[in-house]
Design a protein around this ligand. Structure first.
Ligand code: 3HC
Ligand code: NAI
Length: 696
């Protein structure tokens, strides 16, 4: 047999081994190989059992996602499973790595399952806006019960081999070599004349009716507006039907999801999350620098959070501060965070100490002499940062990567004070830095390719999505946020309330609206940034007028119990505040702003189209490599609903013609200052194109 599935035998056992790197996705050739392998084994009467096993790093990681949306060549995965389940030969799956989605469903179509202890099994389709569509919603509940199956299918979370064994999702954990262990297990089954255990023939364990209603209600709350979890629940509920009917219902529901815009968005995001690590045109000869130790300067809000990322990943950190008090405070906060996680049972006490043991606090920059990467997280002041970089230039070893966590300053200005600007890069973490998945990697004019690649590797090491941005004010994310927030602010002057704007954007799917976000981040921080860049900002008196006024009134948001909202003592729940409405009304009157009413759609359109227009400029200027990069930034840094794909994907889904026409309307209504259509957007809309094909 040629192709990715090989056929070999061990005495009376046939071994079907798939080798389809990188993750043994169940593409057409694999499906055909498995199907033919089963037939070949059946044709040989001396064969009594078949083992399905994979080479390389993992068991099947699922259906081949790249085939979705294209015509499916037969045999379909379900046909392969039908052939497997029906075979009169004893069929055993031997699992290592991650058996995911269609991969785990393939294991469920076997009669028995063994795995190595390090293996994981799961059905993550919900994360792609899908449901397990190859019998998973029908077989898993029959095997492990409805509640456990529902949990796995709706959460998408894989479970360990140990947990899988405990709930009966696998039958044995194999020590040592998987193939040898699987053969021994299969020989034992044959010796015992074990029955062919077809899950499709099992009865569904008793289930109370309210399990489904409760799950629906939970996901309506937790995954607002997202179709897939609800469809998953309906499919599992269909497992109450006879198996064949349940399979029909599963297929109908799967197809509804597969053709939905939500799944398209989530699948695009899956690949985009991986694509962001690719630097266009980079030579394969460029290698990242090894990063085995890190130095962090500044143990404040950001420095402490950044340090935790590395400690979590097992990378030793030297943390440098100017005063003993600041250093002690920073270290104490890190410990407190770990202890809080341990108290919730999410970290072992041992691990708290292990992580703290990797941290070396210091008051001397000399401690940084031998680290591979230095990240500066001191006050946001160019002179202070320049001074810090001059110092580290004199201390850091040759080849060390020198990074700044600046959010608004010019990375090139900072790099210029060193003798090695090629080694300097921006690493813009988002607050809280130990939680937020986004890392904007700022490529200075002189940053070398290997330093950029190193930064992308660092992101991966610490579990972040690293996205490259060129140098400009606000980089990619905050530059677009400036336009988005500007429109939100203008609309409250024009008659919308902060709570209406927030609710409209929350209902669209954002984690929170802009005003709740300002209150969380601190109005003082945003005001200080605007104050330090007034010369570059619009002189228009309506520009961020309310935010500035509230900051001057010392209403800094949650930290002072009052910002765009008020907060009861100890509460983070925003409450509308008449005093804020009075400020807004006064401002609007002073500035002669005409009042009107807004629909929720008006609000969403104005905020998003302003951001998208800026995103198009960012793309045109080469600040972002790809539209998908911009989307990843908004998904992982700004709470954009992932099932809507990010602002650029969203623009494509409503149509760039429509977006450009709306922007032209806004230009007529509100003037040229903020609403000139980006030339790229105009070009694409005129040619009937989308951001997805902007380069074609
Ligand atoms: N189909 C096609 N390509 C896949 C794939 C899949 N199911 N899973 C991973 N890949 C690709 C990735 O895009 C990446 O390609 P690249 O090298 O060109 O960027 C490559 O395989 C390696 O992937 P990762 O970088 O993610 O490797 P990791 O080792 O970090 O992770 C993994 C491996 C845990 C398997 C992870 O890739 C993963 O979670 N994959 C998706 C699993 C999944 O969602 N399966 C369900 C698919 S839908 C399905 O099965 C429907 C069925 O019910 C009918
Ligand atoms: P912070 O004020 O909480 O911490 C700064 C720390 O740096 C202080 O502990 C201070 O003692 C220390 N420090 C000052 N000068 C120093 C020096 N010369 N050597 C060593 N330590 C020194 O500030 P925060 O919020 O942590 O910000 C740090 C940087 O991160 C800034 O550049 C900021 O723009 C950026 N940033 C902040 C975000 C936020 O939400 N707070 C988000 C993203 C980036």
């Amino acid at each position: 047999m040629s192709g990715p599935v090989s056929f070999s035998r061990h005495n009376q056992i046939a071994i079907l081994k798939t080798d389809n790197p990188p993750v043994n996705a169940l593409g057409h050739a694999v499906r055909e190989g498995l199907f033919n392998g089963i037939r070949q084994a059946e044709a040989d009467s001396s064969i009594q059992a078949i083992i399905i096993i994979c080479a390389g790093r993992t068991f099947f990681a699922g259906a081949d996602i790249r085939e979705f949306g294209k015509p499916q060549a037969t045999p379909a995965l379900r046909e392969v499973h039908d052939a497997m389940t029906a075979t009169p030969k004893l069929l055993v799956a031997a699992i290592h790595g991650t058996a995911l989605g269609g991969g785990f469903e393939t294991a469920l179509a076997c009669h028995y399952r063994v795995a190595v202890a390090s293996a994981k099994v799961g059905v993550p389709e919900v994360n792609l806006g899908l449901l397990p569509g190859a019998g998973g919603t029908q077989r898993l509940p029959r095997l492990v019960g409805v509640e456990k199956a529902l949990d796995m299918i709706t959460s998408g979370r894989p479970i360990s081999a140990k947990d899988a064994l405990a709930i009966g999702a696998i039958d044995e954990i194999v020590d040592g070599d998987l193939e040898a262990g699987a053969i021994a297990y299969t020989e034992r089954l044959l010796a015992e004349a074990a029955p062919l255990r077809r899950i499709s023939e099992m009865d569904l364990p008793q289930t109370s009716d309210d399990v489904f209603a409760k799950a629906r209600e939970k996901f309506a709350r937790e995954r607002r507006g997202v179709m897939a979890p609800q469809h998953c629940i309906s499919a599992v509920e269909a497992a109450r039907l006879p198996f064949a009917d349940g399979m029909v219902r599963e297929r109908e529901l799967f197809n509804e999801l597969l053709t939905s815009q939500q799944s398209k968005a989530l699948r695009t995001a899956f690949f985009a999350e991986r694509e962001v690590a690719q630097i266009p045109g980079l030579s394969k000869d460029i290698k990242p620098r090894p990063i085995a130790s890190v130095g962090i300067i500044g143990a404040g809000t950001m420095g402490g959070g950044i340090a935790m990322n590395f400690l979590n990943a097992g990378v030793p950190v030297k943390l440098v501060e100017v005063t003993e008090a600041a250093l002690d405070r920073g270290v104490a906060i890190i410990r407190k965070n770990y202890e809080a996680t341990a108290a919730k049972g999410r970290l072992k006490a041992d691990d708290v100490e292990k992580r703290m043991g990797l941290l070396s606090p210091s008051l001397s920059y000399d401690a940084l002499a031998d680290v591979d990467l230095i990240i500066e997280a001191v006050f946001e002041n160019l002179d202070v940062k320049k001074e810090v970089f001059r110092k580290i230039d004199g201390i850091a070893k040759q080849g060390a990567v020198l990074a700044t966590n600046t959010s608004t300053l010019d990375v090139d200005d900072i790099a210029a004070v060193t003798s090695r600007p090629g080694d300097v890069v921006g690493l813009h973490f988002f607050s809280p830095a130990n939680v937020m998945r986004l890392l904007e990697i700022v490529r200075g004019a002189k940053t070398t390719d290997d330093v950029l690649l190193t930064a992308l590797n660092v992101a991966k090491t610490i579990g972040k999505v690293g996205v490259v941005s060129g140098v400009c004010y606000g980089f990619i994310g905050n530059r677009m946020l400036e336009a988005y927030g500007r429109e939100a602010e203008l609309m409250i002057l024009e008659g919308a309330t902060p709570q209406q704007v927030d609710r409209a954007l929350y209902d669209f799917g954002f984690a929170m609206g802009p005003f709740a976000m300002y209150d969380l981040a601190g109005l003082d921080v945003a005001y200080a940034v605007r104050e330090s860049h007034r010369d570059k900002l619009p002189s228009d008196p309506t520009y961020y007028a309310t935010g500035d006024r509230l900051a001057v009134m010392q209403r800094f948001g949650q930290k002072t119990g009052a910002g765009f909202y008020k907060y009861s003592a100890g509460s983070r729940v925003p409450e509308p505040d008449d005093a804020v409405q009075a400020v807004i009304t006064d401002k609007a009157k002073d500035l002669g702003v005409t009042q009107r009413t807004f629909s929720d759609q008006d609000i969403v359109d104005r905020c998003l189209y302003a951001a998208i227009n800026e995103g198009a400029r960012i793309l045109d200027e080469g600040i972002a490599f790809r539209p998908n990069d911009i989307d990843q930034i908004w998904i992982h840094g700004y709470g954009f609903p992932v099932h809507k794909g990010g602002p650029m994907f969203y623009a494509d889904s409503v149509g760039l013609n429509h977006v450009a026409a709306k922007i032209a309307d806004y230009r007529k209504l509100y003037g040229d200052d903020y609403w000139k259509t980006s030339p790229l957007l105009d070009r694409l809309a005129g040619a009937g194109k989308s951001f997805a094909d902007w380069k074609d």
